[in-house]
Design a protein. Structure first.
Length: 405
């Protein structure tokens, strides 16, 4: 299937109205998923305080969310092919809303860590399923529009994260119970996502559902044997760790390492997601002008420098500058990796699923690994692992180049 991405800008046909509607719907779904995830992470310091958890035990609790996501990934491509992106997103977000509600009530009303873990597992499973489906839909919309827009969908996710971090900081400052904050947002997120998914394209869903189940499974297994797909997944793994370590630990690291309040810690996390949003918004223009490879070389280097500054600055304000650079630098690796996995639309669901499984391994290993290091060296020094992993990842950037057609 040819793509309008191959046509010069002046020769591209007008974008059909359904495609524009689908673009808006995908952006809404991304934004609300970001709102859900950031709403949880912004309250992690309060959860730790309420449940009386050490860094190591907190890391194990956060692992529940990662395990849920990783369990969803192996079959997410098959589910998306079978149900289509719109219905997959609807089912997934129902699980996210249920998980948010259970985690919030188990923390705020019961102080029951196993209940929180159960809610996070459902949250993670739904989020992982949604991640594959909305990226497959986003890649299909990108091809029909004819220019790079996938990072802007992830920018919408980051905007949702900014809103979630802001609401979380405000809720922490005002003393809003977690058992009220998270369940109320869960209902709103579910309703908004269902509306957004109604605008998704029908063609990808119909095409994805075609074929026998055995053929879909063979396509998924074939994707696991493709060297380029595996290398893209490895790059996404490191970028997911770069992003996820900040999501999981940045607020706690600043509370412990720089002696700030929980509200300020949540605000610092907000600085990170603002940087992510800025990078994803501007990055689309940069990629269309210079290409994926040069831009990713620059942003990954910036992420390594920013994370190093955040850890070693010794001064809170200077460390916040590092956090902003970290966010900008980490912004493009994940969405561009997903876009690269979906370069061939007919194989997009299987390849995105494979890349997502590999990438989400970072969310599985990251929380307990950093929690273990935090117990021994402190949470802030433990984040020094991020730049150590980023620098050798630069060697993988050339695999993102679009294949010759």
């Amino acid at each position: 299937m040819s793509s309008t991405l191959d046509a010069p800008a002046g020769q591209r046909p007008p974008v059909p109205r359904p495609v524009l509607a689908a673009r808006t719907g995908v952006a809404v779904v991304f934004a609300l998923n970001g709102l859900a995830v950031a709403s949880w992470f912004s309250r992690v310091p309060a959860v730790r305080e309420t449940l009386g958890l050490s860094p190591g035990r907190l890391g194990l609790l956060l692992l529940c969310m990662s395990v849920g996501a990783l369990l969803a990934m192996p079959t997410a491509g098959l589910v998306t092919q079978r149900l289509g992106p719109a219905r997959t997103v609807a089912v997934a977000t129902l699980l996210v809303a249920l998980g948010m509600t259970v985690a919030g009530l188990a923390t705020g009303l019961a102080g029951w860590a196993p209940g929180v873990g159960l809610g996070l597992a459902a949250f993670g499973f739904g989020s992982g399923l949604c991640d594959v489906a909305m990226n497959v839909e986003g890649a299909a919309v990108e091809k029909r529009i004819g220019r790079t827009i996938m990072p802007r969908f992830h920018a919408a996710w980051s905007l949702g994260s900014v809103a979630g971090a802001g609401l979380g900081a405000g809720a922490a400052r005002l003393g809003v119970p977690i058992g009220v904050h998270l369940p109320v947002l869960a209902v709103l997120i579910l309703a908004g996502t269902l509306l957004g998914a109604r605008a998704f394209l029908s063609a990808p869903a119909e095409a994805a559902g075609a074929g026998e189940p055995a053929a879909r499974r063979r396509a998924l297994l074939a994707a696991w044997r493709e060297p380029r797909t595996l290398l893209v997944g490895l790059l996404v793994l490191v970028m997911a760790f770069t992003e996820g370590s900040a999501n999981d630990w940045l607020a706690v690291a600043f509370v412990d390492g720089y002696g700030v309040s929980e509200a300020v810690g949540a605000a610092v996390f907000g600085v990170f997601v603002v940087g992510m949003t800025l990078g994803r918004t501007v990055g689309t223009v940069a990629i269309d002008r210079w290409g994926r490879v040069p831009v990713l070389f620059g942003t990954i280097g910036l992420a390594a420098a920013g994370a190093t500054l955040a850890v070693l600055a010794g001064s809170g304000p200077l460390a916040v500058v590092g956090v902003a650079l970290w966010g900008i630098g980490a912004s493009l690796g994940f969405p561009v990796g997903m876009s690269a996995a979906a370069d061939d639309e007919e194989k997009a669901a299987a390849r995105v699923s494979v890349v997502a499984v590999i990438g989400y391994t970072a969310f599985l290993a990251g929380p307990p690994l950093l929690g273990f290091l935090g117990d021994h060296f402190g949470v802030l020094p433990a984040l020094g692992l991020v730049p150590l992993l980023l620098l050798p990842t630069l060697a993988l950037v050339p695999v993102l180049r679009q294949p010759a057609r």
